[in-house]
Design a binder for this molecule. Structure first.
Ligand code: SF4
Length: 205
């Protein structure tokens, strides 16, 4: 029988339900922190997320289609956000690809400045997490990274770039290995958003 996760009485005797309810609380933290920054710089949360994403990801991901998948919003929502960012001169549209209808998005100098003012929005959460013991951190990270990959494989999370879904990832016995970096990957080495990630052909994304 399905558990009624958000019924506190169900949670009392069910740790998975407690964890899911806890993750829901933490998702609220992201909303609160992002809104605080949004008010300061006069942008919406999704506009800030787009700017920060563009700052650190390769051009092939910096387009409306990918951003919609990355942030699980519609393409019109991203197009609207991009239009306003463009009007505020925080981004530039780059039409230099072979398909003249498509453009990728680059940051302007003003956009870079806004990124530097907003990208620390999640620091309060990190400051709490960093006080956890190293062994517990690694265990939490192992659970989180696996969960993210599994949710992607189940079709719930659209985008993931963990080692587990990467074509360079290999399992040799119990050991994880990156064929690109040519090294064994311990728990702390598993990447969550690897710049060299290339999707495994059998993986669903
Ligand atoms: S290339 Fe990156 S994502 Fe792929 S296995 Fe190596 S470290 Fe992991």
């Amino acid at each position: 029988m399905e558990k009624k996760i958000f019924n506190p009485q169900v949670q009392e005797n069910d740790i998975p339900s407690k964890i899911v309810a806890g993750l829901e609380r933490i998702s609220e933290v992201f909303k609160v922190l992002l809104w605080e920054k949004a008010k300061i710089v006069g942008l919406s949360p999704i506009q800030i997320q787009i700017l920060i994403f563009i700052a650190y990801h390769k051009q092939e991901f910096c387009n409306v289609s990918h951003l919609a998948k990355e942030f699980n919003v519609t393409k019109p929502t991203v197009s609207d956000a991009v239009r306003i960012l463009n009007k505020k001169e925080m981004i530039r549209k780059d039409f230099s690809s072979s398909d003249s209808r498509r453009y990728s998005i680059r940051l302007s100098d003003l956009g870079k400045k806004i990124v530097s003012e907003t990208e620390d929005f999640a620091d309060p959460l990190r400051n709490q997490i960093k006080n956890v013991k190293q062994a517990d951190l690694e265990s939490l990270y192992a659970t989180l990274s696996t969960l993210i990959y599994q949710l992607n494989q189940n079709g719930i999370l659209t985008v993931q770039r963990t080692c587990y879904g990467c074509k360079f990832f290999d399992k040799v016995g119990n050991k994880s290995y990156c064929n690109l970096l040519e090294k064994e990957l311990f728990t702390a080495d598993i990447r969550l958003d690897c710049l060299e990630f290339e999707e495994k052909t059998t993986a669903k994304n």
